[in-house]
Design a protein around this ligand. Structure first.
Ligand code: AMP
Length: 416
């Protein structure tokens, strides 16, 4: 793993190394092995708070180093207060997607590799047997998506009565994905006396309300709001006709500097189609979306991380929280009609201070979405003028909508 700290977003004082956060030797050693030398801002703020045993409300998105911000102090607290009889689930991390669960599990295993603590990951869409076997052997830390967790609990495979540290990760996504009832059910079985950590990329009123039911007198930490994270990412727009997007993608990928790229499409069908076209042009590509089996998704992600697959084509839900070290290129094959999605997509790159480039293909119909994006990020994205597939049809004529039996005139977009 490369040492990414040299290009870290914020240069911290030399005194602000992991050593100064009073982290115990076995964890420090593992962090060094990961190649980290300087804590990220969320880690500098959160680690001392969590080590004190205080509840925490963290406003931070994936890519800021927030996983280590909770995993490191939790591992340290568990190590300090060891139970030597049969292992109990003492820490529970709940996160919305399997990809995130797996990545968080990998982080606990990496940072905790010299502590002797054990962690298992629980998520749906796969056979439960390996998960229940791991639970039977006994684990200290469980990272889980809510549905399967409740399922295994109801079947009697695990109990949460010994949980000392509870982390709710990506709380806003959790609500978006309809997990609120599952979270509420979990709260009824967790011990009242526990430390709770709550992370969310955004803090709208319903999230604050949920946080207040989980946290007790929390300390608050906040890092880089969504719109400023994107400032470090080099962004450009290609105006292109819809029918030429495939040709443009193939053209763009002729650039050998693009070692790997994560391409976003709106639909699963679209993702498969793009993969087919890339394969036809000898670009090694795989798709990752909800119709693929869990194993296929994991395999595609592993191939992409190992750079044996050059292009991973993903839909938004499948890509949520995908964490690929040093991913430099994100390509928006389509512009989403939800501006925040653009920010989440390009946030897959430029992580923990690494370089990032986001290229977006915009056809005539998507110009309005682009304007929303630029409003959200409060800047104009630079336009690539010289490319072989410039936009020709600037004003697509849509079928007029019928309203009360009358035809309404088509409004044409003449901007840009
Ligand atoms: P996260 O926000 O937890 O998804 O982390 C984003 C990426 O940053 C992951 O690839 C981590 O391995 C990496 N990372 C976390 N903390 C540090 C650090 N202190 N120095 C360098 N990289 C880090």
């Amino acid at each position: 793993m490369t040492n990414k700290t040299e290009s870290n977003i914020e240069i911290l004082e030399p005194s602000m190394l992991f050593h100064s956060l009073n982290i115990i030797e076995p964890i420090l050693k593992a962090i060094q092995e990961e190649g980290y030398t300087t804590p990220t801002p969320i880690q500098t703020q959160a680690i001392p708070i969590v080590l004190q045993g205080t509840d925490l409300l963290g406003c931070a998105q994936t890519g800021t180093g927030k996983t280590a911000a909770f995993a490191i102090p939790i591992l340290q607290l568990l190590s300090a207060n060891r139970t030597y009889h049969k292992k109990k689930v003492r820490s529970l991390i709940v996160t919305p997607t399997r990809e995130l669960a797996i990545q968080i599990g990998e982080s606990f295993n990496a940072y905790g590799r010299h502590t002797g603590l054990t962690c298992t990951v629980i998520f749906g869409g796969v056979h439960q047997n390996p998960q229940t076997s791991a639970l039977r052997r006994g684990v200290d830390i469980v990272v889980a998506t809510p549905g399967r967790l409740l399922d295994l609990m109801n079947q009697g495979h695990l109990t949460l009565r010994d949980v000392e540290h509870f982390v709710l990760d990506e709380a806003d996504r959790m609500l978006d994905m309809g997990f609120i009832h599952d979270v509420k059910k979990l709260l009824t079985v967790l011990p009242k006396k526990r430390q709770s950590l709550f992370f969310s990329a955004t803090l709208p009123p319903e999230i604050i309300k949920l946080a207040s039911t989980i946290l007790h007198d929390p300390a608050k930490v906040s890092v880089t709001p969504v719109s400023s994270t994107v400032d470090i990412i080099k962004q450009s727009i290609y105006f292109v006709d819809k029918r030429n997007k495939n040709a443009l993608l193939v053209e763009v990928l002729k650039d050998i500097n693009i070692k790997t790229a994560l391409v976003f499409t709106r639909t699963k069908y679209g993702a498969d189609k793009v993969v087919k076209i890339l394969l036809r042009h000898n670009v090694k590509a795989e798709a990752i979306h909800g119709n693929k089996s869990q194993n296929a998704r994991q395999r595609a992600l592993a191939n992409f991380k190992a750079q044996t697959t050059r292009v991973l084509v993903a839909t938004d839900i499948a890509a949520r929280g995908i964490d690929v070290d040093d991913l430099e290129y994100v390509i928006n094959y389509e512009i989403s009609n939800i501006a925040e999605i653009y920010v989440h997509r390009i946030g897959r790159t430029g992580r923990a201070g690494a370089k990032g480039t986001a290229l977006s293909f915009c056809d005539a119909e998507e110009k309005a979405y682009l304007r929303d994006v630029e409003k959200l990020i409060a800047k104009k994205i630079s336009v690539v003028e010289n490319h072989p597939f410039p936009l020709i049809i600037h004003n697509p004529v849509k079928a007029p909508k019928q309203q009360h039996g009358k035809k309404i005139p088509v409004t044409q977009d003449r901007n840009r």
